[in-house]
Design a protein around this ligand. Structure first.
Ligand code: GLA
Length: 360
């Protein structure tokens, strides 16, 4: 009896302590035991761009608590994964895929066709002359078939073509090596080959500045032509490298309405919100002020409010990098200017803005 009694009081003490501890973690309905993925589970998966190095230690803990989807930041791009025509380098992409599978996370593939981080060999023949259209397309088919085929069943959504539309002027297509070698045909072909390699994958066209009217209409025109021609394009990725002033709520709503009117799904693929205005390159005015912090909070709140409203068409929201510890914006557009574009601070702790977007 004595033993049972002391066990009872031990259990009781434990229960009281547990309630106190857990109770302390719940402030204003904000439950720190939950992660972004839990708050948004009835809306869309919440993803994050990662490198293999971020899948260990404290970053891994953060990822597993907060996110339900991964995108490789770099290692699936054409140059890292296919450095020579006869050689693929799978190791890093495999590590991310294995981590996603082992931990029950979804995985996005990024990216099959892009004008940056793409090897020069695609566009040269054995003698070093410009490759013919036939040669370049045959290589592209091989690349897409191998890469999509390898991750079939793991990658549920592919950024098939990245940034093929030009920002300025009247022309639709960016003058890339792909365009110069093959005309715009490479775009439709890339989607067809990706679909053949994995008929279940959601195939996305991915770009930035997708909310500016001029570029939006060019992208819309291209996607409409692809859809009308029966090309298997299923969605558009809004990269969402935004800032404290852009987009406005109206611009965001107009873009979501316009693209979804084509029957396309929408993914937010590379979300971050710079604390500096986009054209801002003046070192005298690089301060991260309380006003800018508040603008970032307001911008994030507005964006998530709108995204929740559009949950029927939005099939994923992915942040570009894990925390303010490291962001590509630390070196763009101003090299070495520290930015604070994400929801977690440099110590991997949720920022004020985090709590603002998990309560509504
Ligand atoms: C583009 C690409 C991404 C990444 C960013 C910069 O948005 O799609 O893969 O390279 O630029 O980090």
């Amino acid at each position: 009896m004595r033993i049972t009694g002391s066990l009872f009081s031990l259990n009781f003490t434990f229960a009281v302590l547990y309630t106190l501890l857990v109770g302390c973690e719940v402030t204003n309905g904000q439950d720190s035991l939950k992660g972004l993925k839990d708050y948004y589970k009835d809306y869309f998966p919440i993803g994050v761009a990662v490198s293999p190095a971020s899948l260990t230690g404290a970053q891994s803990e953060l990822i597993l608590k907060q996110f339900s989807s991964l995108t490789p930041e770099n290692v699936m791009k054409p140059a890292p994964i296919h450095p020579e025509e006869s050689r693929y380098s799978w190791e890093n992409a495999d590590r991310i895929a294995e981590y996603a599978k082992a931990n029950g996370l979804k995985m996005r593939g990024h990216t099959l066709v892009w004008h940056q981080q793409s090897p020069a060999w695609f566009f040269r023949d054995a003698a070093g002359n410009a490759a013919s259209k036939e040669m370049a397309l045959a290589r592209l088919k091989e690349h897409i078939t191998q890469v999509v085929g390898r991750y079939k069943g793991t990658v549920y959504s592919w950024d098939v073509v990245n940034e093929a539309v030009v920002d300025e002027g009247e022309n639709i297509y960016r003058e890339t090596d792909w365009y110069k070698t093959c005309g715009s045909e490479y775009i439709a072909k890339a989607f067809q080959w990706a679909h053949e390699a994995d008929p279940d994958a959601q195939l996305i066209y991915n770009d930035y500045n997708t909310e500016f009217r001029g570029k939006r209409e060019k992208i819309y025109t291209m996607l409409k032509e692809l859809k009308d021609a029966g090309v298997p394009v299923h969605g558009i990725g809004l990269q969402a490298h935004w800032n404290i002033n852009h987009p406005t709520e109206q611009e965001l709503r107009d873009a979501l309405d316009r693209y979804s009117s084509l029957g396309l799904k929408i993914q937010i693929t590379e979300l971050d919100i710079s604390v500096y205005p986009s054209d801002h390159k003046n070192p005298d005015d690089d301060a991260f002020t309380p006003e800018r912090e508040q603008k970032q909070i307001d911008q994030y709140k507005m964006i998530f409010k709108v995204l929740r409203e559009y949950r029927d068409v939005i099939t994923g929201v992915t942040f570009w990098n894990v925390s303010d510890q490291r962001s590509w914006l630390d070196n763009f557009p101003v090299r070495g200017r520290k930015n604070y574009p994400l929801l977690f601070d440099q110590d991997l702790q949720p920022k004020k803005v985090y709590w603002e977007i998990v309560t509504w």
